[in-house]
Design a protein. Sequence first.
Length: 218
Amino acid sequence: MGRGKLIVVSGFSGAGKGSIMRELLKNHDNYVLSISMTTRAPREGEVHGREYFFVERAAFEEAIAQNGLLEHAEYIGHLYGTPRAYVEEQLREGKNVMLEIDVQGGMQIREKFPDSMLLFVVPPSAKVLKERLLGRNTENIEQVKRRLLRALDEAPYMEAYDYIVVNDDLEACVEEVHAVISGEKAIPEKDPAFIERFRDDLQKMLQKEGLLHLPTEE
Ligand code: 5GP
């Protein structure tokens, strides 16, 4: 059996990465999802060991010291990292391992695993991004604003990803992602005009709402 592929899935908070990955796991064999470690508090409904391993900062730092994380990064005041052992074991078993991580983590994985595949998920427009963040009711308005500002910081990294996946229709999007990963679709999809338009859109929207100078730390 060949080694599996390491797949990074990044994207703005609210782009729908979670839904895409859930559907992929449901519809196709041979995918597994890495569960990250984080110092942020669980949201309502989140379960330790399912969404994340929720730990104290000291335990996180110990994992770093033991070389137990493949990558780690700080995101809006909290630490997030990918536990190494599970990923390496699953790759050896021939599974495609998906990491849902931020752009800083994505860049670290690119460096350490040059043959990994990096996907960036975006909503069709800045307006839809805001609506989705507001609609999921897990963050208050201040947190939504911070996540939108964070999206603006992350936008330039889209250039470094192999594929940009627009999540408009979930089902179509899932099949597209599967086609890309399984190699049925060989041409990298990067559309510089889209990246620029999206970034401008987001910037204008945040400017209009007077949010551009909000601090991004919680
Ligand atoms: P959330 O708090 O919304 O669950 O996640 C915030 C951000 O952290 C998201 O962009 C998510 O992809 C990212 N993230 C989750 N786990 C990891 C990880 O293990 N490493 C890195 N670098 N980012 C992560």
